[in-house]
Design a protein around this ligand. Structure first.
Ligand code: ATP
Ligand code: MG
Length: 274
């Protein structure tokens, strides 16, 4: 039991019925009219119900997933539970129902650090860099789990974000917002993850810098690294998304390909400004 009085007896909690074989199938969106399979997911938070501490459920049977080599985008209003869903997938809060699987392996019980070892790279929405440390030190910190030579990976990060090479001896806190986000993404790449999770990588940057960051994110995805990201720039993000999820009040409201969601009149009206 969740301990949430509002949740008692609501819906069907027998996941063998709603999720046969444990491979979630999301209900059809009004605009797409077909259920969405998550059977091919490389990383999936499947039918997650979770909250903070002893507090109420924030996520309600929420599923987010990313397929191999793809970009999946999570959008939705403020407070919808997007960050909570990312934190649940990364193991930062206790799940009350549901599971997390990485490349077919159930990792629901693992700590965040063990998930990093398994190949998850996570850039949280806030406090995602060490501001008093230099750019290079931030990248070195990112590689904390590695015992091998990290210089090659650091060069790859500098090739992806050349400005970071120029500023590598500068304190990260002195950088612009867009450059800080590059440090944060670069830090996550230093572990050579198998999947990258980004929570609002373009928060607080200008439209031009946003476009640049999206281009870099696409470039990373093209190397074959699956990317699961939360974005407040819903329209632009869905344009680059293979799969999109609209979360509302901790639930899956609409799911489909980026194209389908962009074409869905309901999604357009309610979440994309018409
Ligand atoms: N550390 C926390 N402890 C308790 N409740 C929290 C905590 N963080 C978030 N919440 C609550 O969980 C709900 C979802 O918040 P969350 O941060 O996941 O939303 P979000 O969709 O990421 O919003 P935003 O677009 O503003 O980033 C909100 O009601 C929020 O108050
Ligand atoms: Mg958030």
């Amino acid at each position: 039991m969740s301990g949430n009085p509002y949740q008692e007896g609501r819906g069907n909690r027998d996941h063998s019925i709603t999720n046969p074989k444990g491979t979630g199938t999301l209900q059809p969106s009004p605009g797409t009219r077909h259920p969405m399979s998550t059977a091919n997911a490389f990383l999936i938070g499947d039918s997650m119900t979770a909250g903070y501490g002893k507090g109420p459920d924030i996520l309600h049977d929420c599923t987010i997933a990313v397929d191999p080599g793809e970009i999946a985008v999570i959008v939705g209003p403020n407070g919808a539970g997007k960050s909570t869903a990312m934190k649940a997938v990364f193991g930062m809060l206790d799940m009350r129902q549901g599971s997390v699987r990485l490349d077919g392996e159930d990792i629901t019980g693992l700590s965040p650090q063990d998930r990093v070892v398994k190949g998850m790279g996570f850039v949280p929405q806030t406090s995602n860099i060490f501001t008093s440390m230099t750019v290079q030190e931030n990248l070195e910190m990112g590689a904390f789990i590695r015992r091998d030579d990290i210089r090659g990976t650091m060069e790859q990060v500098f090739d992806l974000f050349p400005i970071l090479r120029d500023k590598r001896h500068q304190a990260a806190g002195e950088l612009s917002g867009g450059q800080r986000q590059q440090v944060a993404v670069g830090r996550a790449l230093m572990t050579q993850p198998k999947v990258l999770m980004l929570d609002e990588p373009t928060a607080g940057v200008s439209p031009i810098v946003m476009d640049e960051l999206f281009d870099r994110i696409i470039e990373v995805a093209r190397t074959g690294l699956p990317i699961l990201m939360v974005e407040q720039n819903a329209k632009q993000a869905l344009e680059i998304a293979d799969t999109g999820y609209v979360l509302v009040q901790g639930r899956n409201a609409y799911s489909g390909t980026g194209k389908e969601l962009l074409a869905d009149p309901e999604v357009r009206k309610s979440f994309l400004g018409g």
